[in-house]
Design a protein around this ligand. Structure first.
Ligand code: SAH
Length: 193
């Protein structure tokens, strides 16, 4: 019974997160692209992340199949991560609002692409990726499921470490010294104070 309440809590979080992505994703689609990069290997990693962030957590919510992967995490810790999760979704909406039409699920430079350096982006270059780190950790803890935790973190680690150097290289090619200067005053996923 209490497990159902945690599942419901996570699902509520998931729905809000999904709606934020759908709302801003639609808006960002308007910007046409000059240059898209989606190699086959990266597409496979995106597929793994789809399993890690959609299929497995939703299977944990709606089926009993993954119930045996419990770690017996204390309720207080799960509640803490649920609260952090809602804060993280609020952050997600702010990140999307700051990035605007420059957002894309793949690496690309849009027509009229601008370099965002303010708002959340003032001290951190990859707030959306920081958000995903927190998300993949949080989902495994809220659902108290080590398969969801390990798979989610592993799949995201692979994509993150493959993508970030390429993304920064692409932005340096586009914005040159402006991006290099921006790199000096920001952290990748931990804000530079
Ligand atoms: N890595 C960023 C953005 C993720 S969305 C973050 O974690 O917040 C991916 C797209 O964002 C890429 O196609 C890239 O072109 C674009 N992008 C990344 N940083 C940007 C910035 N500071 N300003 C504008 N666009 C950016």
């Amino acid at each position: 019974m209490t497990e159902d309440i945690w599942k419901l809590g996570f699902f509520a979080l998931f729905v809000v997160w999904f709606l934020v992505r759908a709302y801003y994703g639609r808006k960002a689609k308007a910007g046409r692209s000059d240059h898209k990069v989606r190699p086959v290997f990266e597409s496979c990693l995106v597929g793994l992340n789809f399993i890690g962030m959609m299929i497995l957590p939703l299977a944990a919510v709606f089926t009993p199949w993954l119930d045996s992967f419990s770690m017996n995490i204390p309720d207080q810790v799960r509640l803490l991560f649920l609260v952090i999760g809602f804060f993280n979704v609020w952050l997600f909406a702010r990140i999307h609002a700051d990035l605007g039409k420059n957002w894309s699920p793949v690496l690309e430079i849009k027509q009229d692409h601008t370099l965002v350096k303010s708002g959340i982006y003032k001290r951190i270059r990859h707030p959306m990726y920081a958000h995903i780190w927190l998300w993949v950790i949080g989902q495994g803890i809220i659902l108290d499921n080590w398969l969801v935790l390990v798979f989610g973190v592993a799949a995201w680690s692979l994509l993150y470490y493959l993508r970030v150097p390429k993304e920064e290289e692409m932005l340096i090619t586009k914005f040159g010294d402006e991006y290099r200067e921006y790199m000096k005053t920001t952290g990748r996923v931990i804000p530079k104070i």
